[in-house]
Structure formats: C-alpha cells, structure tokens
Design a protein around this ligand. Sequence first.
Ligand code: UDP
Length: 480
Amino acid sequence: MEDTTSTTKTKGPAAHVALLATPGMGHLIPLAELAKRLAARHGATATLFTFASTASPTQRAFLASLPPAVDARALPPVDLSDLPPGTPNEALMSEECARSVPALAAALAELRGRAAAPLVAFVTDLFGVDAFVAARAAGVGRRWLFFPGSLHALTLFLHLPELAASIPGEFRDLDEPLRLPGCVPIPGPDVISPLQDRLSPAYGQMVRLAGLFLDADAILVNSFEAVEPEVAMVLQQPKLGRPSVHPIGPLILPADSGAGDTAPRAACLEWLDRQPAKSVIFVSFGSGGALPAEQMRELALGLELSGQRFLWVVRSPSDEGSLSGNYYDAESKKDPFPYLPEGFVERTRSVGLVVPSWAPQTEVLAHGSTGGFLTHCGWNSTLESLVHGVPMVAWPLYAEQRLNAVMLAQGVGAAVRLPEAKDKEAIAAAVREVMVGEGKGAAVWAKVAELRKAAAEGIRGGGAATTALDKMVENWAGEK
Ligand code: UDP
C-alpha cells in the first residue's frame, strides 16, 4: 500500500520522544511504528524503552531492524521473584512497570539533559501507565497513552471503574450484553479475559490501570473510524475529566520492513509464490497464542476437511494449557510437530505448509496468494488483515480478543466467528465461508475491501489518521 506519510512534513527544531513498550510484540510493534512515523514525518528522534523480561530472539531481531532515528534501550531488570507462580501476564506487566519507575525516571532525566533535541513527549501503552509518574518527575511536558487496541476496548477501560463498582458478580454471568456508548453490545463472556475473575490479581490491576488512563494528556488509539464508526464518533467528542481521544491508526508493520534486502526471503513466502491467487488461508494466533492439544488436533483436521490451501504457524500446546503460554517469548516451547495428528503433514503436503513459532505475518497477508486469515483477533493482526484486504475467521483466545471478535463479526462484519465448540466440521465450514464465499463469506469480502480502502485513505497525507497525529505534534516546534 502506498504510504505517503513517510515523507517528512515539518522541518524546524527537531524533537525527541521517549516511548515505553510493555512486554508482547503486539505492544512493541505498533509503538515502534509510531516512533518511526514521528521520525519520518515529523523529523523526531526517539528512544524506545523495553523491559528486560522480554529479550526474546524474536524481539531482538525486530529491535535490530529499527531505523537509526529510533534508539532501542532495555531498562535494567527488576526482581519479580516474590510474585506467585501463575501470576497473570497483565499483572506481571503492570508490576514490572511499577517497579521500573525509578530507573525510568532516571533514564528520562538523563535524556532530557543529553538528547540533542528537546524531550517533548513520553508515550506508553496501557500496561505502562504507572510510568507517567516517572515522566512527570523528569519534567517531560506531554504524557500520552498509546492504546494499541480497538476503540471498543478503550471504551470498556474508560468505563471500567464504574462497571467494577456497579456490577456485583462476574461479567461472564451477566444476563444481558454490556451496552457501552457507541459499542456493539458485548456478551458477558466476551468481556476481556483478565476481568472474568474478580479474585484474580489481574482484575484489580486492570481497574487500577484504567483509573491511571486519566493521567494521560491525550490518548492515541491504533484504530480508524470506518472499522468502528459509532464509537469513534462518541470518543472524539471532548468529555470533561477524560483525556482527548485520537484515532491514529492503522499503524502496522509495513510488509517490506523485514531485516533488509540482503536477508534471505522466508521459505513460507517462497511457498506462497507457488500457490494460486487468494487460495491460501493463513492460520496464526499472534505472538503468544498456543492452543490446547485437543483444539490443535481439531484445527488440523478441520483445515484438511475444508479442502483449502493453508499456511499455519504452529506452537506446541503449553504444558499448563494456558492459551497465552508464549506471550513473553513467542517461540514454541517444544517441537510442535509431534502434536499434529498422525500423517497430517504428509497427507496435506500438496496443499499446506506448517511453520513453527513465527512467520513474517505482514508479508504473508500482503501476498497475492493469501485469501483468508484464521486469526486469534489480536488487534494488530486484525489491522494488518484489514490493511491488506484479507477476510478473517475469528478464533479468539485471551486478553481482549473475544471483544474484538464480537466487534468484527457482529459489528462491522469483517469476519466469520467460529462457534464455541470448535470441532473439525465447524472449522472446515467457517474456512470455506471465508475462502469460497459460502454463507456470510461474500458479504465479509465486500466489507473488508471497503475497509482496506478506508484504512489506506486515512494514513495518506491529509487523511484522518495522519491529520490527527499532525495536530498532536504541531506545538513541538521551538520547545525546550
Ligand atoms: N506476528 C508475526 N508473526 C507471527 C506472529 C505474530 O509477525 O508469527 C506479529 C503480527 O504481525 C502482529 C503481532 O506479531 O504485528 C501480534 O500482535 P497481535 O496484537 O495481533 O497479537 P498478540 O501477539 O498481542 O496476541
């Protein structure tokens, strides 16, 4: 897709921006994209802080590919050994951030004194909002929350303190779907996973973090109006006591931003080169998803039954059966192949390719042979699919993925959602809907084509997303 935003718009005194990405490629990738855009379009330089806990090979390779204007820096490790085993990821991330505040405050103060350009803003994702204190202590003028999810998910967070106080039981037991301003009604079980157990440490952390959102000077959201129009309208109305909300998406990793022209092309892309146009369904559960063994088996059999070509990024089921078992490192825990049904790889060799752990997802989605995406509905994956006009089969696992699936399937109509019972017949039927255009498939294709156009228009020079970010940075010039 043409990206006219990469040309520098403003000359004049340069600015420096500090960004903090909490663990997970789904936080790091879009924040890095924001840093790259601020550099390319607004002449800024950036320091991108990450936590020591996430130094996986996947993350290291990604950070190494950043342009010179974006300096990646790991914060010193903090001791989390007192947290009990099984502490949910959300609680781990916010705790690591809270304990990193002193180190971050010192690093920001040093950057203020040392950076060649004035440090004008501090930006962090939703699990890093404890760090606003550090930015304030270091005297950074702007504190922005970068929300890497949908406007629907943001609305849920903004209403969370009042919902937590007014709903006595568990969200999953609600008789009626949750009705939030501008949002598609959200059935209780589809409310984000860390809120499904009031006794979990994640629940309290989420409510606390939601309260800290109000400390931001502004909230930048990686979404765009066409995909969730009503809630976009609601949130862009100024509201007393709530930071202003600015949809600046879709910010996604461009398909041509791999490790450079000299790096060998991934084997799965070469395999895609040999497949017919739009014939392959890409199957992937994000940077952290792992299926329970039984579902992995049904998926394999369902893909086979569908008769469609497929490219599947597979990880071994996690030992504890946790759906997010790979969140911190993305690499499969064990060799995943022995978990596939016997003879599956051989039987499907002429139509399918199974790759362990990781694939260059944006390049796969941009490839002409890809015609569908069976996805966990992580928000980055969703945006990447829409930007490349790929219709989705929704198989949400954890975090806010079920909420995204509701919005995509019941709301805008860009996906077919799998039923709760994910047997091979249901999987094959949904794959065929999206790949062959059966059932709702044709309508989903038409909607996705429309959204692809809207996404491209938004990020052009003069488009809604570009203009929103331009406005955010227009006062930078001349700042000390
Ligand atoms: N990703 C990738 N290759 C993979 C799996 C994931 O490049 O094999 C990238 C994907 O393109 C997206 C990010 O990792 O940019 C995952 O973010 P998302 O929000 O979709 O899901 P999460 O990993 O946070 O669950």
